[in-house]
Design a binder for this molecule. Structure first.
Ligand code: 5AD
Length: 349
C-alpha cells in the first residue's frame, strides 16, 4: 500500500484535521488497500470510544407538508404528485409509546417545514413527550426556525437538533435550493442551535447534482471547524417528480469512505448509517457500521405515513428499516460483530 496515503490517514487519526489537499487526495483515492486501511482505522477509533455498541433512534416522520422548494427533495412544495399527510399530536405520542415499548430511548421528530406546526404545537408536543418520557432524548429535525423558537423548544425539553447544511459551498447551495434559501442563514441556524445548548447534527448529501470533489472538501473543512455532535450523510438519490429526477444517484462507496473520514476527524461523533445508504446498496447500512458509523434510525411512523414520506425514489421503509423489526436489525448487527443498545445513546465527549 502507498506509504503516502497511509501517512495521510494516520495524520487524520492523530490530529483530527487535514489540509484541503489531504482531504482531496483521500477522496480521489480508489486503491482498495488504502480504503481498507481507512475503514479499519475508523473502526478502531469508533471502538475506542463506543466499543461495539450501536445506538438506535426511533424516527417519527410526522408531516410531509413543506413550504420549501429544495430541488432535490420529493416533498418540496411544488411536487403536486406528493400525497400530503400530517400526524396529530395524539398520533405522534402513540408512535412514541410504541417505540418506548420496543426499547427506543431517543425519538427523532422529523418533518417538512410545515407552518401548521407553529411554535405552540411544537412546544406542546415536546412538553408532552418530555413529561411522559423523562428518560428519553428528544431530537427535532424540522428545519430553519428563528432563534427564539429553537430556544423555546429547548426550554420545553428538546435535547438534540438535526439540520443538515446540505453543502458548505454557497455557490453549490444556490444550485440545490431556491433563491429564498441561503447557506448563510442555514449556518446561522446551526450556530444558534449550538449556542443554545443542543447536541447538533449537520450533514450533507454525497453525489448531489453539480457536486465536485472540491465541494466535498469544503464540507469536510466545515465539519472539522464546526465540530458537530452528529453528522448525517447519505448518497443523493433522485426523486422522479423533482427537477433532479434524471440525475444519477451518489455512490455508496464514496459515502462509506466519508463516514470513515468523519470518524477519524471527530472520534466521538454520533454517525448514522442512513436510510439513503441502505436504500442505494443492500448491504449499505452494515458497511457503514463497519466503516465507523454507530447509529441507526429505524422508522416509527405509521406505515401509511412512511410511504408518503418519499424524499427520494424507493426510500426504504420496510424490513429492518421499520422499528417493529428491531429484532431482525439486532440479529443482522450481531452477525457483523456489533450490538444494538437501547439507552439514550448520548454523545461521549
Ligand atoms: N436524496 C438523498 N437525500 C435527500 N434528502 C432530501 N432529498 C434527498 C434525496 N433526493 C435529505 C436531505 C435532508 C434530509 C432530511 O434528507 O439531506 O436534509
Amino acid at each position: 500500500m502507498s506509504a503516502a496515503y497511509c501517512s495521510i490517514i494516520d495524520r487524520l487519526r492523530e490530529t483530527h484535521a487535514l489540509s484541503e489537499e489531504g482531504y482531496l487526495s483521500l477522496m480521489q483515492c480508489s486503491d482498495a488497500a488504502v480504503l481498507d486501511y481507512l475503514r479499519q482505522s475508523a473502526d478502531e477509533v469508533r471502538r475506542s470510544v463506543y466499543g461495539t455498541t450501536i445506538y438506535v433512534r426511533g424516527l417519527i416522520e410526522f408531516t410531509n407538508y413543506c413550504k420549501n422548494d429544495c430541488l432535490y427533495c420529493g416533498i418540496r412544495r411544488s411536487n403536486r404528485c406528493a400525497e400530503r399527510f400530517r400526524l396529530e399530536e395524539a398520533d405522534i405520542l402513540g408512535c412514541a409509546e410504541a417505540g418506548y415499548r420496543l426499547g427506543f430511548r431517543t425519538f427523532v421528530l422529523q418533518g417538512g417545514e410545515d407552518p401548521y406546526f407553529d411554535d405552540k404545537k411544537v412546544i406542546d408536543l415536546v412538553s408532552a413527550l418530555r413529561k411522559t418520557y423523562p428518560d428519553c432524548a428528544i431530537t427535532l429535525s424540522i428545519g430553519e426556525k428563528p432563534r427564539e423558537s429553537y430556544q423555546a423548544y429547548f426550554d420545553a425539553g428538546a435535547d438534540r437538533y438535526l439540520l443538515r447544511h446540505e453543502t458548505a459551498s454557497a455557490e453549490h447551495y444556490g444550485r440545490l435550493h431556491p433563491p429564498e434559501l441561503s447557506l448563510r442563514h442555514r449556518m446561522e441556524c446551526l450556530e444558534a442551535l449550538k449556542e443554545i445548548g443542543y447536541q447538533v447534527g449537520c450533514g450533507f448529501m454525497v453525489g448531489s447534482p453539480y457536486q465536485t470533489p472540491q465541494h466535498i472538501v469544503q464540507d469536510l473543512k466545515f465539519v472539522e471547524a464546526f465540530r458537530p455532535h452528529m453528522v448525517g450523510i447519505g448518497p443523493f438519490i433522485p426523486h422522479k417528480d423533482t427537477p433532479f429526477g434524471s440525475f444519477e444517484a451518489g455512490s455508496a462507496q464514496e459515502t462509506i469512505k466519508l463516514l470513515s473520514i468523519i470518524r477519524l476527524m471527530l472520534p466521538n461523533v454520533l454517525l448514522p448509517a442512513t436510510t439513503a445508504l441502505g436504500t442505494i446498496a443492500g448491504d449499505g447500512r452494515e458497511k457503514g457500521i463497519l466503516a465507523g458509523a454507530n447509529v441507526i434510525m429505524p422508522n416509527l411512523s405509521p406505515p401509511d405515513a412512511r410511504k408518503k414520506y418519499m424524499l427520494y425514489n424507493d426510500k426504504l421503509s420496510a424490513g429492518e428499516e421499520a422499528a417493529e423489526h428491531l429484532l431482525e436489525l439486532k440479529r443482522s448487527m450481531v452477525a457483523i460483530g456489533y450490538e444494538i443498545v437501547t439507552d439514550r445513546g448520548d454523545y461521549k465527549g
